[in-house]
Every structure is written in C-alpha cells, then in structure tokens.
Write a new protein. Structure first.
Length: 481
C-alpha cells in the first residue's frame, strides 16, 4: 500500500481565537486545495490541521510532505505559535544551505501585509503566497476570494509548487524532470511581478527548475552571495526590466532588479577571465524590455541608459525587446537547445576529459553510433546533435559545440557535397566563435560514394577514406592523445 501523503496546515490554537471571517476563508481554501491537489497530482493527500498544542505530538506533523503556514499580523503576536513555527523550521529545514539545495517543504500563506523585518528571521525567506490585496476604497487589506481575478492564478502557482514538492518527496529527490536545466528568474520591481509569475508558471509547466525559490529579503552583505550561488547552478538567467524603478533594497542605493543585474554581470565577468570555468559553464542571460517601454521615473531611465551603454561589454547576454508571448517562446526554445547540448555530451567535460564533436548528416545516425562507441572506449567524451524535425535551434547547438569541443570529426557518407563543404567552412570559422584554444584535432572521415577529392580542406585536417568507418579512426585517435 502506498504511503499516505500528508500536508500540514499550521494555525494557532491558543491565545485569541481565529475570527470567523478568517476561519471561513481557511475552510474554503482547504476545500479548494484538497480538490486541486488530487486533480493535479492524481494522488489523494490528507490535509491535517496542526496547532502549537500538537508540538509534542511529533507523529502528527514530523513526517508530512509539505507544510502551509498561515500568517497574519495577529497570528505572529502569538508567542507559542511562533515558537512552534520555529520548531517546525528547525526540524524540517535546518541551516541556510537549504536555500540552495534540498527539498522545499515549508510555504507561507500570507493573509495580511506584514513587514518582513518585523518577522522572526526563519520566516523571512520562506516561499510566500500573498492571498490578500489592498482595497482601493477602504485602503485596507482584504482576503483574496475565488471571485477575484488574482485568486486562481495565485492558487495554481501554489498547487504547481506543491506538486513538485510531492514528486520530489515521493522519489526522495531522484529522477526529477528537468533536473539538468535550471533557470534563474530574477525578482522584479512591482510593475513586472505579474509578468514574472506568467514566465515562472510557463517554466514549471515545462518541467524546469526555477530559482530563486525563496524570498531574497537578505541583508545587502549576504544578497550577492545568494544570487551568484543560484546563477552558478543555472543554465539561463532571466531579468525583466519594466517602466518603473523599484524600492531601494535595504542598505543599498539600488533596487533588487538592478542589484541582480549587477551581480550576474560580475559573475559572468569572472567566468570570462577564467577559461576553465568559462568552458564548463552553460550560463546565458536574457534581459527583457517591453516593446512599448517608456521609463516612468529617473531611476529607470538611468538603468535603461546604462544597459544600452554597456551592451557591447555584456558577455553571454541578449537584450530582447519583444512582446511577452514571443519572449516566452524564445526562453523555452533556448532551454530546449541547452537540454540538447547536455544530452549530446552529458556534461561539459573538465580539462582532462577531451570532448570530441561528431558531425554527421541525420541519415547517418547508425554509422555515427559505431564511431561514437570506439572513440568513447578510448576514454574521450563525445557529443553529437540529436536531430528533431524542423527544430530551428540546431544551427545554434552546432555553433555551441564547435566553440566548446577539443576536437571535431566530420563523417561524410550520405550527405551531399554541398553539405560537406558547409561543414568544412564551419571548421574554418570555429576560431571566430569565441574559442579559447585551437582544436587538438580536426578530421574528415569519408566512406560514401563521393570520395570528396579536389577539395580545399582546412589546415591541419586529417582526411580518412575507406569503406569501414571504424577501421579508419586510428590516426584521428592518435592525434587526440
């Protein structure tokens, strides 16, 4: 029998009683959560209400898959309740390192606006879902309810995150879909929060893991370290720049958007100064601007002017000014390209593991598998394109591999003379793609009916001809050693 999946709903059970409005809201929230969790996860979960009175009943809450902590300013005034929250946090997510690794299992449901600085430190960085909004007429915070526009998108974001949590909990964090491709989606100024939520939703639906998955309300002395640790693990860093400049981060003269741009730029510059690190990193950055961008304040005008001024110096960075829907398509396309590069050669090898890029026509897939096995058996890593019909990113993947590989072997059997000439041209252009060092070996293996004679081959290219593709590889492998 499958283990029962438990989600704990953490509420105060002492002090002032929960008022009727809040109790009714939580009841309806729980019913919606129960229904949608079962629908989205295909698993029946038990929602278990737990209070500080249950702190000594570890069997009730210590083995739960996830914890939803309901937060109001009144709840946080309850000392016994906050002590229980601290006990849960200590039991489930000890230490700051959990912010970079491990399974996120505690989520906060905010029902009123609270200053993070006034909260206990352990609460300040938990993933938060705000189920309230400011009412225009009364200027008071009111609960989001199902009839409001913001309720269901916020609820589905929570369900999506819980689904991932449950999948990881059941599998003990093994076999996670999209594990290889990680995305840093920068925190934004308030005017871009909706767009950030839209992109985040899209990434999660496609199975990618999105950082930061906590609140970045860190002191300035710690913020840079956290941003760069997230970016170090990511394949793509995405930053949304809108019309409004945000509030300066505590202790800084810049808002969170500009600080993240600065920290990622500094990290990329560090990569570019170290060829070994640069070769191992697949990090790219997208900076998005709205097509109709009109900076609404001086801070944003200055930020935009700086981006345009520095555009030539921003390595690994594309500044993109297109409609959001098209931008989402570009993001997913870029990540699929990154995933193909990973699956082509597993991981980018270190200095002692030379990478051989095998270039072939899609009709020669069977032959290239045999060649792959021989080269791999000699202790070298290999990469090759996995052809998908009509994929527009194959050219970019091809260029990426020409830039990163230590050696390249063109296999010519079924391809046309024009195809071969284009690949030889690519070999000659490879130094201009940003390579740090020349290739250790370049080879052309010809086994088809076209002997490809009277062709100008790139300098130092080893040309091998014969009917047996595997039998001709000896000289090429010798050059790799």
């Amino acid at each position: 029998m499958a283990e029962k999946i438990i989600i704990c709903l953490i509420l105060p059970g002492s002090g002032d009683p929960v008022d009727q409005e809040t109790e009714n809201w939580i009841t309806e929230f729980s019913k919606n959560l129960d229904f949608l969790l079962e629908r989205f996860t295909k698993t029946k979960s038990e929602l278990r209400i737990v209070t500080e009175k249950d702190q000594n009943k570890g069997e009730l809450w210590k083995n739960a898959a996830g914890y939803l902590i309901f937060i109001t300013d009144t709840f946080l005034k309850n000392k016994k309740f906050t002590e229980f929250l601290a006990a849960i946090h200590s039991e489930i997510q000890p230490g700051k390192e959990i912010y970079h690794t491990g399974l996120k299992r505690i989520y906060r449901i905010d029902l009123s606006g609270i200053s993070r600085e006034a909260e206990p430190a352990f609460l300040q960085h938990l993933p938060a879902y705000e189920f309230f909004q400011l009412e225009e007429d009364s200027k008071k915070n009111v609960y989001l309810i199902p009839s409001m526009k913001k309720y269901w998108p916020k609820f589905l974001d929570l369900i999506t995150d819980l689904k991932i949590t449950l999948q990881q909990y059941r599998s003990d964090e093994k076999s996670r879909k999209g594990e290889e491709v990680l995305v840093y989606l920068g925190i934004t100024a308030p005017d871009q929060e909706v767009n950030r939520d839209i992109i985040r939703r899209e990434l999660l639906v496609h199975g990618y893991r999105v950082y930061p998955d906590i609140d970045l309300n860190f002191p300035l002395s710690e913020l840079k370290s956290y941003v760069q640790k997230y970016v170090e693990r990511s394949n793509l860093s995405i930053h949304l720049v809108g019309n409004h400049y945000g509030i300066n981060h505590p202790g800084a003269k810049s808002d969170i958007t500009e600080l993240q741009l600065q920290y990622v730029t500094e990290y990329i510059e560090t990569l570019e100064k170290n060829p070994a690190l640069s070769a191992k990193s697949r990090l790219q950055r997208f900076i998005w601007l709205p097509p109709d961008m009109k900076p609404a304040d001086e801070g944003q005008e200055q930020l935009l002017a700086q981006l345009r001024r520095d555009i030539e110096k921003l390595h690994r960075t594309d500044i993109i000014q297109v409609p959001l829907e098209l931008f989402k398509t570009l993001i997913i396309s870029k990540l699929r390209e990154s995933l193909k590069i990973i699956s082509a050669g597993d991981e980018i090898p270190g200095e002692k593991e030379r990478l051989v890029y095998l270039i072939h026509d899609k009709r020669d897939e069977n032959d290239i598998q045999s060649i792959d096995k021989v080269i791999s058996s000699k202790g070298f890593r290999t990469a090759k394109i996995k052809y998908d019909n009509g994929d527009p990113n194959l050219i970019n993947i091809h260029k990426e591999m020409l830039m990163r590989c230590d050696a390249a072997l063109v296999y010519h059997h079924s391809g046309s003379r024009t195809w071969l000439m284009s690949k030889l041209s690519d070999l000659m252009k490879a130094p201009g793609l940003g390579r740090e060092n020349p290739m250790r070996a370049k080879g052309v293996l010809i086994t088809g009916s076209d002997p490809a004679e009277n062709i100008s081959y790139p300098r130092d290219t080893l040309v091998m001809r014969g009917k047996d593709p595997v039998g001709q590889l000896g000289p090429f492998i010798e050059k790799l050693k």
